[in-house]
Design a protein around this ligand. Structure first.
Ligand code: TYD
Length: 241
């Protein structure tokens, strides 16, 4: 399928329109960024690894009955997806305290939460995706009560499936960010991607970080960490062609 226009020109992902108005091509780059895109680098092979990881995860979730925008993997770095109307809310799921939750609340990183925490963030790069709550989401017209209820319910299911999958791969799913969109008929679907860029993944045996925190904190071996996640998921799940 031919790319027509550029729909979104991000650092690690570019989205292209196609001749079919209902489909887009998502293309993963080797670039990585953090701290409001101020810190940037190129990690060789990262586009292939993130595309592969996200394809495997989306196929796994679809197999569990989760509705997603994913159609098929087109190449090492590209996937074909349904075009959606993006709901501009980032949903963060936390199973273990880390990152901004640890900082904001003065809590120790690594403590397992008694139950998952769901944070909503208003998707706005310039404002660094500020934390909001249900009242903001409804009052700003980002989503209505019914949509939020469905988002929370599907998010809880997704968390259950992903925790189980990563645990089978010897990885603790500490936290992750997901996004939803609506198909033309109004169906809510999981969109965006799930990769070590947007999730905290810790090796269950060693505690080693296998995600973007290695880049944020200059731990090195970012590519190796992403490669480990890819290889473990590939062993567990069939890679998509
Ligand atoms: P969080 O701890 O809120 O922020 P930070 O990454 O700045 O410490 O992030 C929780 C998880 O969600 C983490 O795995 C990164 C991911 N995330 C994104 O991918 N994009 C975002 O815009 C935000 C806010 C979080």
């Amino acid at each position: 399928m031919e790319k027509t226009s550029v729909v979104y020109n991000g650092v690690s992902v570019k989205i292209y329109g196609t001749a079919d108005p209902d489909k887009v091509i998502i293309s993963f780059t080797d670039e990585i960024s953090a701290f409001m895109k101020i810190k940037r680098a190129v990690i060789k092979d990262k586009g292939r690894l993130c595309n592969g990881i996200s394809c495997m995860i989306f196929r796994y979730l679809a197999g569990k009955g989760i509705k997603t925008h994913f159609i098929e993997q087109l190449s090492d770095t590209e996937q074909l997806c349904r075009k959606v109307e993006v709901i501009p809310i980032e949903v963060i799921v936390r199973n273990v305290i880390a990152g901004s939750m640890a900082q904001r609340l003065g809590l120790e990183e690594g403590v397992v939460l008694k139950s998952p925490v769901y944070d909503l963030c208003f998707q706005n790069d310039a404002l660094n995706d500020p934390l909001i709550n249900d009242y903001h989401a409804i009052a700003l017209g980002l989503a209505d009560r019914k949509e939020l209820d469905e988002i929370y319910s599907v998010t809880s299911e997704i968390n259950g499936y992903l925790k189980e999958m990563f645990e089978a791969a010897g990885i603790t799913l500490v936290d992750f960010k997901i996004q939803f969109g609506k198909l033309p008929d109004g169906t809510l679907v999981l969109d965006d991607d799930v990769t070590p860029d947007s999730a905290r993944l810790w090796d269950m045996a060693t505690g080693e970080k296998l995600d973007k925190d290695r880049f944020r904190h200059d731990n090195g071996k970012v590519g190796d960490a992403y490669r480990t996640v890819y290889a473990r998921l590939e062993k567990l799940l069939e890679p998509c062609e």
